[in-house]
Design a binder for this molecule. Structure first.
Ligand SMILES: Nc1nc2c(ncn2[C@@H]2O[C@H](COP(=O)(O)OP(=O)(O)OP(=O)(O)O)[C@@H](O)[C@H]2O)c(=O)[nH]1
Ligand SMILES: [Mg+2]
Length: 444
């Protein structure tokens, strides 16, 4: 999509039989929020019930209704050129007749957003009928990511996903897709353009690999540390909790995909042994596959954490589906094996009845609000206790010749007792099994 500010869009939802009215509406609401995040103004919603989405995307009547709002003809003629020309001219005439009878719409749009995953051919057909640019859910999400990515790693990840999304949608001449691919003047062959895009993807992927191995080194360095990762649907409140648990100043916004980069900070007040907290990119239904793949390394953070805090917006009526989506993607990433805690957030916005229902449905979850100090203290304690439960009772003797290790022990373990004997200092400790074996190696 182009960077024009304040584009005006028509949202199109196609309800197939399998989808309930409630899920359908909440998905369309979410698409409206995605559009808003991009600064796009939604002027109308157009809904159609169909068994499946065919090549024309919408039925004839709906296409005409749409074209009336976007200044198109409502048709996407096929066949030999002569035939197409004639069909277009007829359709144009029919549309101007319709407009003169019905009157022009109050507002018109320059973008159509379809709440589905469309093929390049479907996008082209609908775009011809509407006379304006057409994009789908993936396209919008990729645009948001593109706009919000700030670190080099995130930028590369998004750019790769964007090029992969655009490559099959490129056209030989004219059309919106050409602008997106950033094609210079003078080149005309579609093949050449496609090859350039492939080369660019390969180049960016190499760059990304370099950065990824750096982050891998950083992560390896952190490996011995206890880590908790905040994961969950976009806008659930992960960054709010990052702020509260670490007193860092990460971005918190009532926007979808405010966070695209993983940040890692120390828990505050700090526990012994130290615990690191990471904030991660949020999930959404139908997250484009290329984006999931691109963000794999960012989400490694979640995979390597020993505790996942799965944050959900308990005040959102669609949260059960959101919970499911997050679990699915985490499962795909192989990040569901460790310990996890379900955090029902924004409880301050839930009615007593809802809270009672949540308690019954999710007896093991914690109900909190990031806005309440006492809840911050409570979740902090739960995290520390959770790790304490995962710590082992360890006895160690540090000979006096190795007293340099004493500092390490105090930093990495909770010291239960410390006795000075003839053969060295006798420790009773609580520490992670990993740390314990590392410490034993150092003592050998
Ligand atoms: N009322 C209420 N609002 C909250 C709570 N937690 C977060 N919010 C609000 O929810 C919005 C989203 O919060 P973020 O912390 O940015 O959410 P996120 O999960 O990091 O979202 P992304 O980074 O976009 O995936 C912000 O407007 C927060 O102020 C809460 O417990 N209660
Ligand atoms: Mg965030």
């Amino acid at each position: 999509m182009t960077k024009k500010i304040a584009m005006r869009a028509v949202l199109v939802g196609i309800q197939t039989q399998q989808v309930s009215d409630e899920d359908f509406t909440s998905s369309l609401d979410e698409l409206a929020r995605l559009a808003k995040t991009l600064g796009v103004i939604v002027i109308a919603r157009l809904v159609q019930k169909r068994d499946r989405i065919d090549g024309a995307v919408l039925g004839r009547g709906k296409r005409i209704e749409l074209a009336r709002l976007t200044g198109g003809t409502g048709v996407s003629p096929r066949g030999p050129q002569e035939q197409r020309k004639k069909a277009s001219a007829d359709a144009k005439e029919a549309m101007s007749e319709l407009l003169s009878t019905l009157g022009a719409p109050e507002e018109t749009a320059d973008l159509v957003i379809v709440d589905a995953s469309l093929t390049p051919a479907q996008i082209r057909n609908l775009s011809t009928a509407a006379g304006v640019e057409v994009t789908d859910r993936s396209g919008i999400i990729i645009d948001i990511f593109h706009r919000h990515a700030s670190t080099r790693e995130a930028r590369l990840q998004v750019e790769i996903a964007r090029l992969k999304y655009q490559a099959p949608r490129m056209r030989a001449s004219g059309g919106p897709s050409e602008r997106q691919a950033g094609k210079g003047a003078g080149e005309s062959s579609l093949e050449l353009d496609r090859r350039k895009v492939r080369d660019r993807i390969a180049q960016l992927s190499r760059e990304l690999q370099g950065i990824e191995s750096e982050s891998r080194v950083r992560r390896t360095r952190r490996q011995d540390t206890l880590r908790v990762a905040l994961v969950g649907y976009t806008n659930a409140g992960k960054s709010s909790w990052m702020r509260r648990l670490t007193t860092s100043s990460v971005l918190v916004e009532d926007k979808l995909f405010a966070t695209l980069d993983t940040t890692v900070r120390s828990l505050h007040p700090q526990a012994t042994p130290p615990i690191l907290v990471s904030d991660t990119v949020g999930f959404i239904q139908q997250l484009p596959h290329d984006l999931v793949a691109s963000f794999r390394s960012t989400l490694e953070e979640a995979k390597e954490a020993s505790l996942l805090l799965h944050v959900v917006d308990a005040s959102d009526s669609a949260f059960v589906a959101q919970l499911q989506v997050t679990r699915e993607v985490l499962g795909e990433l192989g990040a569901l094996e460790g310990r996890s805690m379900l955090v029902l957030n924004k409880i301050d916005r839930c009615s007593p009845e809802r809270i009672a229902q949540l308690s019954a449905d999710y007896p093991d979850a914690v109900q909190v609000s990031a806005k309440r100090d006492e809840d911050v203290a409570r979740l902090h304690r739960l995290i520390v206790d959770d790790f304490a439960g995962a710590l082992e009772d360890v006895s160690l003797i540090v000979p006096y010749g190795k007293s340099a290790l004493i500092g390490e022990i105090h930093k990495r373990a909770r010291v239960l007792s410390e006795r000075f004997e003839d053969d060295g200092i006798h420790y009773q400790l609580k520490m992670s099994p990993l740390e314990a074996s590392r410490m034993r190696e150092l003592l050998d």
